[in-house]
Design a protein around this ligand. Structure first.
Ligand SMILES: [Mn+2]
Length: 320
């Protein structure tokens, strides 16, 4: 790393944590996501950008019993077990000054990662903003979800719409202020979710908005809002945010997602903001991937989020 980059202070210690589970999904296979990301060179790419990378290995938790939902929730006890261990681990890494990079795992694990970030922020009296990149709103509840799969519910849970006491989400006390949540790329939203996200005050940038205004304009607006709030930025990146032809390795593809360049722009702008404090990479399913292309895409996009650029422009932070 050169002195100029050091002066700009862009190098960070990235704390990688694997969460190998598909407990919250209907399709099996996301439990292999962390290993696919490692094999595709995530650690090497981030180290190559000048960052210090600590791979904390995989967390362990219950196996997938493949049971039917109970009271509208499938595998609640197992989801809670994974999420509580992840919550504690994320808190530990943030306490050590690392940028947690959470390798899922299906999206239910974000209940744990964001809970850990939220607890850390509460202890420091820091506000928390979240950018949620997804094809879906992930705002289902046990009453509205036809499947009971918890990977369709994490944002609702984090915004206090579901009582999951066992992972310390107290009824009526949301961990996330919905007005500090920015939901980008959605294009498949259930009827009850539509009213809930709007009533809750979540900032919604659906694909129609991305089409009309462009990724740059909306990301600048979001990052300006996050800057205004101050505090910590967590990004939760679901593979299905991406357009299926460039990212087939996910169980819940929806046509019309973010293109290769839109996704890279999104990550590059997040990096340039200097705000990124923690990142989830979720729902990569190597069983559904084609020659590892989705894993490679996620590794490449993570590089962009941590400072990889085509060329370096004057006045912008350089990673190395
Ligand atoms: Mn999701």
């Amino acid at each position: 790393m050169n002195a100029a980059a050091k002066a700009e202070g862009v190098e960070v210690t990235v704390g990688m944590i694997g969460v190998p589970t598909d407990i919250g999904a209907s399709d099996r296979g996301a439990c292999m996501g962390p290993e696919a990301l490692r094999i595709m060179g995530l650690n090497e790419d981030l180290s190559g950008l000048g960052h210090r990378v600590r791979d904390h290995g995989d967390l362990s938790g219950p196996a997938n019993p493949q049971r039917a939902p109970r009271r509208g929730l499938r595998h609640l006890r197992e989801v809670n077990a994974w999420c509580s261990v992840l919550r504690d681990k994320v808190g530990e890494l943030l306490g050590a000054g690392e940028v947690p990079l959470i390798l899922g795992g299906d999206h239910s694990i974000s209940i744990g990662s964001v809970s850990g970030v939220a607890a850390h922020c509460t202890s420091l009296d820091k506000p928390l903003s979240v950018i949620w990149l997804d094809a879906h709103a992930d705002f289902n509840t046990p009453a509205s979800s036809p499947s009971g799969n918890i990977h369709g519910m994490p944002l609702a849970a984090l915004c206090g719409q579901i009582e999951l006491e066992e992972i310390d989400i107290e009824p009526g006390r949301p961990l996330l202020d919905p007005t500090n949540v920015h939901l980008v790329g959605i294009r498949s939203v259930d009827a009850t979710e539509k009213s809930m996200i709007m009533d809750c005050g979540v900032n919604v940038y659906d694909m129609r908005t991305v089409d009309e205004r462009g990724m740059v304009a909306i990301m600048r607006e979001i990052l300006e809002a996050v800057t205004g709030v101050g505090g910590h930025l967590h990004v939760s990146f679901d593979v299905d945010f991406l357009d299926p032809p460039i990212a087939p390795g996910v169980g819940t593809t929806v046509a019309g997602g973010a293109t290769f360049r839109e996704a890279h722009l999104c990550m590059e702008l997040i990096h340039e903001s200097g705000l990124l404090g923690s990142l989830d990479l979720v729902e990569l399913n190597p069983m559904l991937d084609v020659h590892g292309q989705t894993a490679a895409m996620m590794v490449d996009l993570t590089g962009s989020a941590f400072g990889k650029k085509i060329v370096y422009r004057p006045g912008q932070p350089r990673a190395h």
